[in-house]
Design a protein around this ligand. Structure first.
Ligand SMILES: *Cc1c(COP(=O)(O)O)cnc(C)c1O
Length: 401
């Protein structure tokens, strides 16, 4: 079958919630993907910031194959060695005492919200607490996660959502202070806003939020689902600042292709929050995903992938600054490590579609941002290749504008 046949067949049955790029991916190798006609694509999307190790990573694949032959799933009624290894490696790296494995980033957010609410409930002896979230944030699509996602168009059809959520302006400390009441139990934010258009937290802002949380015994929840796991140049993006969250959410590159998320908390939070019976999941942290997380942690730390992301990220930063100078349609540039974005005055959907034709996968963020979230194993030569192809795509889009 040709690619169009496959696409038509998929569109007959899969619920149409995505406008997909018109390509059918067959396999990947390193930082390249190949379609069913064996055309090659340089990947600057990484399955939305997931495939940090790139594709067909032999050592990672081997670890998964070995685990498949042992046992895939046992439920959380029993212990397993992969769960032990994954939990101890991630908590140690984060210097946080407790972890709960989920199946996605959204579920990590759900768990974080419940943990914060239970903490305040235990302390105050009653429920009814409030959460402060940020405008233009993205935390997921379930009702709880959607309730703290500050993008109206995602929320409106699904009202009423979780009550007691207030929104502040990201990187505006005064706007956060203005939303605090004696009912506030948590402030939730991304350390680097991803879907909202790649906005890293400013130092004074995130450190200011930490101070408010300390003063008022408010739980600081950092969503590191996209920016965590080495992408910012540190294993966790908050390690670029003088802060540490009370609860952290992970997913995406935590499993590097295996569906797994997690929320972590300090012992202080754990002591007063979720207890037996309060929370659960059938799949979460099963031996298969445990083996994946454990191997991802080993490889990231041994191969110094966060440091590598910082180094190549600097190179990407320079090249995108240069691009902004050369191209009138590129009007702003933000980011850190290998999570960067540029604002583009041409329709970004068209630019991404044209980039695909040129052989590079680039995705958008928000309505006018081109997002660069490649595998962390990318090299400088791949940055050069991407820039050449992106420039061709921009030229074609300008011609057709
Ligand atoms: C992707 C994302 C989520 C949701 O994760 P899923 O695994 O898609 O449920 C939550 N927060 C942030 C910051 C994300 O980028």
């Amino acid at each position: 079958m040709n690619q169009q046949n496959y696409i038509d067949e998929v569109e007959k049955s899969v619920l149409h919630t995505y406008n997909r790029f018109q390509m059918v991916i067959d396999h990947g190798d390193g930082v390249y993907l190949y379609d069913t006609d064996q055309n090659q694509y340089l990947d600057f999307a990484a399955g939305i910031a997931v495939m940090a190790l790139g594709y067909n990573h032999k050592e990672y694949n081997e670890a998964l194959k070995n685990q498949i032959d042992k046992v895939l799933h046992i439920s959380n009624l029993y212990y397993s060695v992969p769960l032990m290894e994954a939990a101890s490696k991630v908590t140690k790296a984060a210097d946080m005492e407790r972890i709960f494995f989920t199946n996605s980033g959204t579920e990590a957010i759900e768990g974080a919200i419940k943990a914060a609410k239970k903490y305040a409930y235990t302390r105050d002896g009653h429920a009814g607490h409030e959460i402060i979230a940020m405008q233009h944030s993205f935390h997921g699509r379930s009702i709880g996660a959607l309730s703290v996602t500050g993008t109206e168009k995602y929320q409106i059809p699904f009202a009423p959502l979780l009550p007691g959520v207030k929104f502040a302006t990201y990187n505006d400390l005064e706007s956060v202070k203005a939303q605090i009441t004696d009912k506030t139990c948590a402030i939730i934010m991304e350390t680097v806003q991803g879907e909202g258009g790649i906005y890293p937290a400013q130092k004074e802002f995130i450190e200011g939020v930490r101070k408010i949380c300390d003063e008022k015994d408010i739980i600081m929840i950092l969503d590191e689902v996209q920016c965590g796991m080495g992408r910012s140049g540190k294993l966790f993006a908050w390690q670029n600042y003088n802060v540490k969250p009370d609860i952290m959410c992970l997913a995406k590159a935590l499993g590097c292709g295996v569906p797994v998320g997690a929320f972590l908390m300090t012992q202080k939070v754990a002591d007063q929050s979720l207890a037996p019976g309060d929370h659960g999941t059938t799949y979460g942290g099963n031996p298969f995903v445990g083996a994946a997380v454990s191997k991802v942690m080993d490889i990231m730390q041994r191969d110094h992938l966060p440091e590598h992301a910082a180094k190549v990220g600097e190179y990407l930063y320079e090249k995108l600054e240069q691009l902004m100078e050369e191209e009138e349609c590129i009007t702003a540039h933000r980011g850190i490590g290998l999570i960067q974005g540029v604002e583009c005055s041409l329709p970004v959907g068209k630019v991404c579609a044209e980039a695909l034709k040129q052989g590079v996968l680039i995705i958008s963020a928000g309505s006018n941002v081109l997002r660069f979230v490649p595998p962390l194993v990318i090299e400088e030569k791949h940055v050069d290749e991407m820039i050449v192809k992106l420039k061709k795509a921009l030229a074609i889009c300008k011609e057709n504008a």
